[in-house]
Design a protein around this ligand. Structure first.
Ligand code: PLP
Length: 399
C-alpha cells in the first residue's frame, strides 16, 4: 500500500508538531499500541466487546426505496447508526480505552463536538470504572444538550470551553492543554483520525472494522466490490474506516463529503479541502482553514461533528494523490438528504451522515443500474432533533 514514506507521516502530512513535554508520551503510546495490536489476546478482547457490547457486525442494508427514488446504482447503507451509543465513534473509543487500561492509566480525557465521541467515551469509562472528563465547546454544549446530559448521567465531568468559537477545535485545544499538564496518569482518547502521530494511525486501525466488514458483506451479497464509497468527513474517522481497506482496490471510487455550511464562497463553512491550505493544527501537518497569518479561521456547519477546520493527515494525502475525491455539501443540501432518507427508508440519520446522503443525491442518478454504491451511515439523528425542530420551525440555524 503506497501510503507512508515515514512511519509518522502520510506523504508530507501528519507528523508530531507538539511541545517537547508530550514527546515521551507519544513515543510510549506508539510503542504500546504497536505491541497491543500485535497481541492476539488484546485483539480478541477488542473483538469480543465490538460484538457483545457494540453490536457488530452491523448490517449492510440494501436501501431499495432510496435506490428506486434516485434512479441509478444499487445503494447500500453501512449501519453504524445501529451501534451502541448511536455512531461509529464507539469502535475507536473501545480500542483506545482498552489500550489505556493495558497501559495502567486511570484517568481518561476526551474532546467532543457532536457529543457522540464524548458519549462513547463516557459509556466505555462507566463500563470499565474509569474517571472520565470531556471537553466540549459552549456552542456545542447548547446544540447537543441531550448528549451533554447523557455524559453526565454516565458519570463523566463535562467541561464547557468558552474560548474561540466554542466548538470542536477549541475543545481539542483544551484537551491537549490538560494532557500536557497530566500526562503521567491520563490517557487522551482522540475522537477522529487527527492529532499528532500515532493518533491518526490508531484511530484508523480501530475504525477499519467498518470497511473490513463492508468488504466481506458486499462480497457475500453481490459477489464483487462496490463501485463507489461515500462518507462524510469531519476529522475523517468514519470515512477513513470505510475507505482504508479499499485503498488498494483501484476500481473503487471514493468520495469524502465535507461541510460547506452556508456555501464555500461564504465565510461560514468547514470545507477544509475545498478552501483550506497546508498548515499545522492540533499537532499535525494537514489542510487547514487559516488566514494570511496562519491563524485558524472560525468554521460553521449545521452538524457539530463536521464543524472542524482541519482534516486527518491521511485524507490530506489521499487528496494530494487523487485517490479520494473530496466534495462539499451545504447545510441546506444536508437537510434535503436528511429528509430523503428519513421519509424513504424510515431511517433518521445524524446531520453529519446527512451530508453523505446529500452527495449521494447528486452521484446516484449519474451512475448506471449495475453500479454498487456504499454509503457510511455514521450515526443516528436523535441528537440532532433540537436543530431539526428549529429548522422546521423556520428558526435560523446559521451563526
Ligand atoms: C454521527 C457522526 N458522524 C460523523 C462525525 C464526524 O467525525 P469523523 O469525520 O471523524 O467521522 C461525527 C462526529 O462527531 C458524528 O457524530
Amino acid at each position: 500500500m503506497e501510503i507512508q514514506n515515514t512511519k509518522s507521516k502520510f506523504g508530507q502530512f501528519g507528523g508530531q508538531f507538539v511541545p517537547e513535554t508530550l514527546m515521551n508520551a507519544l513515543i510510549e503510546l506508539e510503542r504500546e499500541f504497536e505491541k497491543a495490536i500485535a497481541d492476539e489476546s488484546f485483539m480478541e478482547e477488542y473483538r469480543y466487546y465490538l460484538k457483545e457490547y457494540v453490536g457488530r457486525p452491523n448490517p449492510l442494508y440494501f436501501a431499495e426505496n432510496l435506490t428506486r427514488k434516485l434512479g441509478g446504482g444499487k445503494i447500500y447503507l453501512k449501519r453504524e447508526d445501529l451501534n451502541h451509543t448511536g455512531a461509529h465513534k464507539i469502535n475507536n473509543v473501545l480500542g483506545q480505552v482498552l489500550l489505556a487500561r493495558r497501559m495502567g492509566k486511570k484517568r481518561i480525557i476526551a474532546e467532543t463536538g457532536a457529543g457522540q465521541h464524548g458519549v462513547a467515551t463516557a459509556t466505555v469509562c462507566a463500563m470499565f470504572d474509569l474517571e472520565c472528563e470531556v471537553f466540549m465547546g459552549v456552542e456545542d454544549v447548547e446544540r447537543q444538550s441531550l448528549n451533554v446530559f447523557k455524559m453526565k448521567m454516565l458519570g463523566a465531568r463535562v467541561n464547557p470551553v468558552t474560548s474561540g468559537t466554542g466548538t470542536l477545535k477549541d475543545a481539542t485545544n483544551e484537551a491537549i492543554r490538560d494532557w500536557v499538564a497530566n500526562v503521567d496518569d491520563t490517557f487522551y482518547v482522540i475522537g477522529s483520525v487527527v492529532g499528532p502521530h500515532p493518533y491518526p494511525t490508531i484511530v484508523r486501525d480501530f475504525q477499519r472494522v467498518i470497511g473490513d466488514e463492508v468488504k466481506e458483506q458486499i462480497l457475500a451479497k453481490e459477489g464483487r466490490l462496490p463501485d463507489y464509497l461515500v462518507a462524510c468527513v469531519g476529522g475523517g474517522s468514519n470515512a477513513m474506516g470505510l475507505f482504508y481497506p479499499f485503498a488498494d482496490d483501484k476500481d473503487v471510487k471514493m468520495f469524502g463529503v465535507e461541510a460547506a455550511g452556508l456555501g464555500v464562497d461564504t465565510d461560514k463553512h468547514a470545507a477544509t479541502i475545498a478552501k483550506g491550505s497546508i498548515g499545522v493544527i492540533h499537532g499535525m501537518m494537514t489542510y487547514v482553514l487559516q488566514d494570511d497569518y496562519g491563524q485558524i479561521m472560525p468554521v460553521h456547519s449545521i452538524s457539530a461533528g463536521l464543524d472542524y477546520p482541519g482534516i486527518g493527515p491521511q485524507h490530506a494525502y489521499y487528496h494530494s494523490t487523487g485517490r479520494v475525491s473530496y466534495v462539499p455539501a451545504t447545510d441546506t443540501e444536508a437537510i434535503e438528504g436528511f429528509e430523503l432518507l428519513t421519509k424513504s427508508e424510515g431511517i433518521i440519520p445524524a446531520l453529519e451522515s446527512s451530508h453523505a446522503i446529500a452527495y449521494l443525491m447528486k452521484l446516484a442518478p449519474k451512475t448506471s443500474k449495475d453500479d454498487i454504491i456504499v454509503v457510511c451511515l455514521s450515526g443516528r439523528g436523535d441528537k440532532d432533533m433540537n436543530t431539526i425542530m428549529k429548522y422546521v420551525g423556520g428558526e435560523s440555524y446559521g451563526k
